[in-house]
Design a protein around this ligand. Structure first.
Ligand code: NAP
Ligand code: GCO
Length: 268
């Protein structure tokens, strides 16, 4: 391999991707494995961790899976210590685990709002805080936060999610600001609308056989007129985890097919 392509290699690196039994996290971790990284992931249930390990194995990828609720600081600290003991210091962290609750704000309880903030914003803080000290000791680190279109835009029923993802954008910039001096790069990926279980309700075929109104809406807002696939995040994710992005810090890389640039297709 010539020296330039090495710049995208993750050989010898340990990557932790949170919530990566399936969905976007699974796609990113799979790409990291193909780029040479050792993959560590967590999920909230053992059965999902087991399913994830089996799914990775089907791709020929050996992984280390841990059961851990990323909102539980003690559990996260224990998991990171166990990973460092069993696998090695974490070189790359992807804060991917996330939830959404689609409820009109005036009908959402404060507890429901807090639950979304807890997973989507507090947890990236907790996990990043747990891995940064060893990254400082090691002299390098990559933290990638999975942001969203809702880091920039609002829409009905996703107030908690938008607040969390907007906060995650600024947490990304603050980790960059505070730890860039230790050769730690913290960037975000802002996916557009991706075909995963999280967005499945927005793509459900209607009882009359028609497409979900939101499905039609989002395709009209995307220049390519389609939903994106998790695999389309793999290249950008490898870039931000590799030496190729050592001078990129505090940046949110929107992988949205152009949604943020486009006023939307005129109804025919
Ligand atoms: P998903 O299919 O719902 O997967 C989310 C993953 O996070 C699941 O494995 C889930 O595990 C895990 N998780 C949730 N709460 C957790 C917790 N407290 N501790 C540990 N793991 C937890 O979602 P996705 O579509 O792949 O999205 C992944 C990330 O991308 C999220 O941050 C999401 O906000 C973001 N995103 C998604 C899209 C999209 O269009 N799909 C676009 C932009 C950004 P369980 O199954 O056990 O709950
Ligand atoms: C929604 C969707 C979005 C996507 C993603 C867009 O209800 O609008 O779930 O929030 O998950 O975050 O970037």
């Amino acid at each position: 391999m010539d020296s330039f392509s090495n710049v995208f290699s993750l050989e010898g690196k340990v990557a932790l991707v949170t919530g990566a039994s399936y969905g976007i996290g699974f796609a990113i971790a799979s790409a990291y494995a193909k780029a040479g990284a050792t993959i560590v992931f967590n999920d909230i249930k053992q059965e999902l961790v087991d399913k994830g390990i089996a799914a990775y194995k089907e791709l020929g990828i050996d992984t280390h899976g841990y059961v851990c609720d990323v909102t539980d600081e003690a559990a996260v600290d224990a998991m990171v210590a166990q990973i460092e003991k069993e696998v090695g210091v974490i070189d790359i962290l992807v804060n991917n685990a996330g939830i959404i609750k689609r409820i009109p704000m005036t009908e959402m309880t404060a507890e429901q709002f807090r639950q979304v903030i807890d997973v989507d914003l507090n947890a990236p803080f907790i996990v990043s805080k747990a891995v940064i000290p060893s990254m400082i000791k090691k002299g390098h680190g990559k933290i990638i936060n999975i942001c969203s279109m809702m880091s920039e835009l609002g829409r009905e029923t996703v107030s908690a999610y938008a607040a969390a993802k907007g906060g995650l954008k600024m947490l990304t910039k603050n980790i960059c600001s505070e730890y860039g001096q230790y050769n730690i790069q913290c960037n975000g990926i802002g996916p557009g609308y991706i075909e995963t279980p999280q967005t499945a309700p927005l793509r459900e075929v209607q009882p009359d056989g028609s497409r979900h109104p939101f499905d039609q809406f989002i395709c009209a807002k995307t220049p390519a007129n389609r939903w994106l696939k998790p695999e389309e995040l793999q290249g950008p994710a490898v870039f931000l985890a590799s030496d190729a992005s050592d001078a990129v810090n505090g940046h949110i890389l929107y992988v949205d097919g152009g949604i943020l640039a486009y006023i939307g297709k005129q109804p025919q």
